[in-house]
Ligand binder design. Sequence first.
Ligand code: HEC
Length: 152
Amino acid sequence: MRTGRALVICLLVTLFFLGHSKLVSAVTITNGAINDPLSDQVGDPIRGRAIVLSRQTGLCILCHNGPFPEEQFQGNLAPELGASVSHYTAAQLRARLVNPAYFNPNTIMPAYYQTVGLTRVAPKYAGQTILSGQEIEDVIAFLETMKSQNTK
Ligand code: HEC
């Protein structure tokens, strides 16, 4: 009976942590950059491109445009992505995706990897980031490929 109860408690604690595994501790931006990758796996540029063009997850081209010939409708509220990326290192791009408000407090660009200091978050999404750490790394890997296209 006792062990039974202990087991149940163990299970509940494990479930609690599993349920909260998406919670991310705040990532600190230092000198406009985040040097450490947000995942153990290196970013995949092909997945990253899909995220950037996705109308569900990345939504980047709602505001930005770029060298994406297959996309008819692209945004004009933000700088052209292909040209933008050439100004930044991967660490600087990471910081811009994690928390654009660090650079411009009035920005309309969403903080893709931030759970604190946000306003107007639906309760359902509280404590969750828009993209996972791996997805952020994928997007950076893709943005980096646009750099090499620029220099050609
Ligand atoms: C709701 C509009 C919006 C969305 C969605 C958005 N951005 Fe932005 N982004 C902006 C604006 C506006 C700026 C210009 C700087 C500022 O105001 O923050 C910007 C700036 C940037 C910059 C720096 C540009 C420069 O030249 O300094 C990069 C890189 C960038 N965004 C990448 C992305 C990526 C990648 C995504 C998708 C994962 C994305 N943005 C989604 C609006 C958006």
